[in-house]
Ligand binder design. Structure first.
Ligand SMILES: *[C@@H]1O[C@H](CO)[C@@H](O)[C@H](O)[C@H]1NC(C)=O
Length: 637
């Protein structure tokens, strides 16, 4: 018998003899023992027992007292803030970590220094090639050249420049190129659709857009508003597209050409100030035109810094490798990447096909990964599927989960224990094997999936809650809190208060749900507009601004939350998109969607509702076609 097999046999013996409460102490020891189990002698047993107890994992101290994670400000409104807010000089929102690093122009240069010009941006040519990297100094030089090139093409500081591309190194060169000359980043993306993209170009009077490839250039040309004058293409463009552009009076340049143009012109940099507009980030609403959220450099730096602080001892640092696959068009990914560039870590881009993510992860071996529930639900579902076939596997898995849960509850964070190596190794490997930090955001994550990921990955898994209007994170769970089903205390650049939602019968004072309202107060994010009023927070849209932001400056998130006794926030509902069923129950389509996406039969789900009936349509072509019973999922509620 191999050592691992004998350990498994021993574990099964334990299951049978119901000794599982023993596990807390002996699981770590067992693994160590596993290696010697074949040729065990009494003295080596004694020595290994001694060795184990000498190297026993030591629990970590939580970042905040777990029973009181967010202090309250005085007053009847019950405003919750982060511990860092309370600890800072007479109570202040955190807007930066170092006083002289307050723009995304400065954070990137700080990272170049911190990493000692280490690797910065990585990509692979094909799915079989390794990652190649450019260092910070080269990235900075190319970014500066690209920015200088945009100036040569007629861009002027504070002008809005669009980008329509998947994540790739050029995205960051463009982004930093913009910051080098106080230009403003405006991402366009597929899910907006052609009409919304045209709307954005028109609303911002954008004249330059960077596109990834021919298809995206062609799409823009189809509905190009008159303001559009120049398209910069990262990949080659077809002749027909070039001709079509010419006939519309639009010039097309290649990305490299713009870099060369900029190198020749060598325009001196025009760095932005913290109050300058950094980005206009459009979010697609359910109805009507998209809203352009205006964020200053100060806003984004505050958002990034407050998340870094909330990570405690596990914060990102030089030497970290992050995988980039979530869309850079959203603030979640933008904040994560800019955090990495701030501390001098490096970012490796996925190959562009989400189906090949595992391949990329195995090659990149990231230490840090932002993730979304959809991805983790798939992993969870796959593992559940794997273990359901065999009673032995299932028993082992459940024991491993119980033991890891206990370990995590004690504050022990590791992935080299007995259970990690025995049961969860495959999960580690699927994520590259080096992961030490995962941040989950953008949608609600089921508690059992979160706990599973924490156990299976053996690394710190944080869940955040945020909105573009608040520069990303509003709350983030802290290291040491292993309990799922909440999104943690506020981060230090935001304060959170709850207000009544009478139409849903949620009252601030009542025991259950309460309305949620989050305010961003670190840097007035309206500063960019000279008439600096609250009206200006959505780009040229005072009406929608008035809907979302009240007279005191609180941004109403539209989510409904409640405070748990230990000062963490739980999101329990959504104000909009609700159906009230005939029996008087409220149905939240997202909730149903989340449940259905847990199933292996479901790839995409669409919930349609009239207040009397809600139907769910979903299908996963892969499992659907191969599964013998061929259910068609169609449920009426
Ligand atoms: C926080 O409070 C909730 C609700 O009372 C509880 O279930 C959870 O265990 C607490 N979290 C911690 C880390 O103690």
């Amino acid at each position: 018998m191999t050592p691992e097999k004998s350990v498994i046999a021993y574990i099964n013996h334990l299951i049978v003899s119901n000794f599982s409460y023993f596990w807390d102490e002996i699981d770590g020891y067992l693994y160590y023992l596993g290696g010697t189990l074949g040729t065990i002698t009494l003295s080596s047993l004694a020595a290994s027992v001694a060795y184990y107890f000498a190297t026993r994992p030591v629990p970590e101290q939580p970042l905040v007292p777990l029973e009181n994670q967010s202090p309250l400000l005085e007053g009847p409104e019950q405003i919750h803030v982060s511990k860092f807010y309370k600890e800072s000089k007479n109570g202040k929102f955190v807007s930066y970590i170092t006083e002289n690093v307050r723009t995304l122009y400065q954070t990137f240069r700080e990272g170049a220094y911190a990493s000692n010009n280490g690797p910065c941006l990585g990509w692979r040519e094909t799915l079989t090639s390794p990652y190649q990297w450019i260092n910070y100094d080269e990235a900075l030089l190319r970014a500066k050249n690209f920015g200088s090139g945009m100036l040569a093409l007629g861009a002027r500081p504070k002008q809005l420049i669009g980008i329509y591309s998947q994540n790739r190194p050029e995205w960051i060169l463009y982004e930093q190129g913009c910051y080098s000359f106080s230009l403003v980043v405006v991402p366009l993306y597929d899910t907006l659709g052609p009409d919304a993209c045209a709307f954005i170009i028109r609303q911002t009077e954008m004249s330059i857009v960077i596109v990834e490839d021919d298809g995206k250039a062609a799409m823009l040309l189809e509905k190009a508003p008159r303001s559009l004058k120049i398209i910069v293409a990262i990949k080659p463009i077809r002749q027909t597209t070039l001709e079509r552009a010419r006939s519309r009076g639009i010039q097309i340049f290649s990305f490299i050409d713009v870099e060369k143009l900029g190198a020749k012109g060598n325009h001196p940099e025009i760095p932005p100030a913290a109050e300058d507009l950094c980005t206009v980030c459009y979010t697609s609403g359910t109805t009507g035109n998209p809203k352009g959220v205006m964020l200053t450099h100060g806003n984004v730096v505050a958002g990034v810094c407050s998340v870094i602080l909330q990570m405690g001892d596990h914060r990102i640092r030089a030497g970290d490798v992050m995988v980039s696959f979530l869309p850079l068009a959203h603030m979640f990914e933008r904040c994560c990447e800019n955090g990495m560039y701030y501390v001098g870590g490096c970012v490796g881009f996925y190959s562009g096909d989400i189906k090949e993510l595992t391949n990329d992860l195995k090659m990149l071996k990231p230490t840090v990964m932002p993730a979304v529930p959809r991805l983790l639900n798939r992993v969870y579902d796959k593992i559940q599927n794997d273990i359901s076939a065999s009673g032995l596997k299932r028993g082992l898995f459940n024991m491993a989960m119980r033991a890891k849960e206990k370990e995590i509850a004690r504050g022990v964070l590791r992935r080299n224990g007995c259970w990690d190596k025995l049961v969860f190794k495959k999960v580690h490997q699927a994520f590259g094997g080096n992961l030490r930090l995962m941040v989950v955001g953008s949608a609600p994550l089921a508690g059992n999936v979160l706990t599973f990921m924490r156990c299976a990955l053996g690394c710190l898994v944080l869940e955040g809650y945020g909105q573009t209007e608040c520069t990303g994170a509003i709350t983030l769970t802290v290291q040491g809190d292993h309990v799922p089903n909440h999104v943690g205390p506020p981060v230090s650049c935001n304060a959170v208060k709850l207000v009544d939602v009478p139409e849903m019968e949620y009252f601030f004072q009542s025991k259950y749900g309460r309305g949620l309202c989050a305010r961003l107060k670190c840097v007035p994010w309206h500063m960019y507009n000279p008439s600096s009023t609250i009206d200006s927070s959505y780009y040229k849209d005072p009406e929608k601004t008035a809907e979302a932001i009240d007279s005191e400056g609180w941004h109403h998130t539209g989510d409904v939350g409640m405070w748990l006794p230990n000062g963490t926030l739980r999101i329990i509902d959504r104000r909009k998109h609700i159906f009230k069923l005939s029996q008087g129950e409220y149905i939240v389509p997202e909730k149903i969607e989340n449940i259905y996406t847990l199933s292996q039969y479901v790839n995409q789900v669409y919930v349609y509702g009239e207040s009397l009936k809600v139907s769910v349509e979903c299908l996963n072509p892969n499992t659907f076609l191969t599964h013998p019973s061929r259910h068609h999922f169609r449920a009426a509620l």
